[in-house]
Design a protein around this ligand. Sequence first.
Ligand SMILES: [Zn+2]
Ligand SMILES: [Zn+2]
Length: 192
Amino acid sequence: MNRIKWDQYFMAQSHLLALRSTCTRLTVGATIVRDKRIIAGGYNGSVSGGTHCIDEGCYVVDNHCIRTVHAEMNALLQCSKFGVPTENAEIYVTHFPCLQCTKAIIQAGIKVVYYAVDYKNHPYAIEMLENSNVKVQKVPLQEMVIDLKSKEKLEFVNELIEKVTESGADDKEIKALHEQAATLFSNIGKNN
Ligand SMILES: [Zn+2]
Ligand SMILES: [Zn+2]
């Protein structure tokens, strides 16, 4: 059985959180992890109870949405709200953190930043992280981990290939289709 790797698991969690973002400019998710346990999560959004950008549009000043609390900040503030130590923790973010979040991450004692996508990576942010001995590692999400319909999709694809076979496509083409399907559905192919 293929077990999902820890870094993929936590990064998937951040991508899930990003789906909760209320600011349309960028959907970001952040997960704080300590000892392989999720201790907090956040996404780009307004302060609690505030107006959402998705409802009324962004509040843009100098090309930034000033309404939004960034995902990393929200995750860190969740820790401060509930008194959870962040020292020596790790953070998984969907996008490379901005300058403000970088400073907050460093000050909170986070030791590793995993990010999935490069996003305006600021040289000063990189420099600060280096100087503070915070490890930075790019971990792209390899695939959508959860697909509740994957079995049905595989069956459907197999049915289609069968139809193509019946209509007289040559063996080489059919073989290629089967191989492609096997690659796409490699997870369920092995486990079911
Ligand atoms: Zn916004
Ligand atoms: Zn930020």
